[in-house]
Write a protein that binds this ligand. Sequence first.
Ligand SMILES: O=P(O)(O)OC[C@H]1O[C@H](O)[C@H](O)[C@@H](O)[C@@H]1O
Length: 446
Amino acid sequence: MLEMHFGNMLGEVIGDKGLSLVEIEDIREKTAFAHSQIHDRKWDELAFIDLVNQDTSEIKELAAKITGNSDLFILLGIGGSAMGPRAILDALQPMHNFRNHPRIFIYENIDPRTLEAIIEVIDPHRTTINVVSKSGNTAETVASFMIFWEHMKKNLGDEAAKRFVITTNPEGGILRQIVKEQHMMSLPVHPSIVGRYSVLSPAGLLLSEIAGISSDELLLGAKDILTKCSNAELWENPAYLFSVLLYLMCVKEKRTINVMMPYADGLKSLSEWFCQLWAESLGKLGLGITPYPAVGTTDQHSQLQLWMEGPEDKVVIFVRIVDYGSNIRIPKVFEKIEEFGLLSGQCLNDLIDAAAKSTELALSNASKPNMTITIPVLDAYHVGQLFMFFEISTTFMGFLFGVNPFNQPWIEAGKNNTFGLLGKPGYQKQKEDVLRMAKENVCWRL
Ligand SMILES: O=P(O)(O)OC[C@H]1O[C@H](O)[C@H](O)[C@@H](O)[C@@H]1O
């Protein structure tokens, strides 16, 4: 089970920059309010919690079919619809494309050079394209879909529709309309689930099954931690405590940046997924916390100096793995040279462990608050736990701040400006606003 070590957030351990138990107890009213929002299911968007009980048989059937008839699986999506699936793949199938079949590629950003390169190498007869869009109307995803559709049509004619799977809202959206018209394969994402909370829905689970990662294990981990993270008592609920400590560090100590630093390459994408969740859910009404992705040990050699001696505005959250499932030992070569001799015979695990502990200690000794989340092994069960732990923490934190953790009004505004510029009827005002701003812009042309 996931563990959360929070001693280094407390005054007793790190001195006067830490929190006191009184400060934590003082916000009981707020925490009770936040708990009631979740417990009483006051928001439809909390439907992500029910994903732990979903039936995965349709996803598995589809995955088996795709695995049998495809050499390449391309996921088209952006934001939560790409970051969640990528977090699963990178965490649990490192170097997937070199070792497993079918190869998987996630096309998120609409960079034309990337697209050209993909189109050049794919064999349409052996490629399946999964279009993932919760809303079904995100311009980037729709544009990529249109380009791939035309390409596949050109090559496969009427058979093209069979090479697409659309993962979207079961009721509305323009993609759903096309699914019906073209009789395409599709999977539903519950209408109330917001994209960034959709990783454990078919949006993430189809790719997971295709990569050979058990969706049931992901869901089981999420379900087990949910039991812990549903407890009304703050001290018994790791997700609530996680949020309360970061909330207090933000409002009392002005620590408005949270560094998310897993000690595993595979969790770098999960850290980016967390950043979207934290940023889009909390950044509202002048409130919120800026998330900052990092990875250990790499960022000890790149960012740590800033954390140690820069502005006092951060809390560092480490994610540690007890057993990496590998015991690569550093061989006994060049031992006569002292520095080589020191490393000879040690496991890479030991080196990571020493680096992580010493960083934690350095921060704590310098009174820099930090927390450590530990999982015993990096497997689907524990990755499922991490997803649900952070999702519950985020909603709870949103309610502590008093903001809606499920909307993103300014992203919608940006989407509307894009529609305006592209000439969508009804969006003339947005177009004029953007063009006026462009005119007023001052720039140097050199
Ligand atoms: O899955 P979609 O509906 O296409 O949404 C993709 C992304 O769109 C917007 O940018 C939202 O702010 C994100 O939260 C969402 O993940």
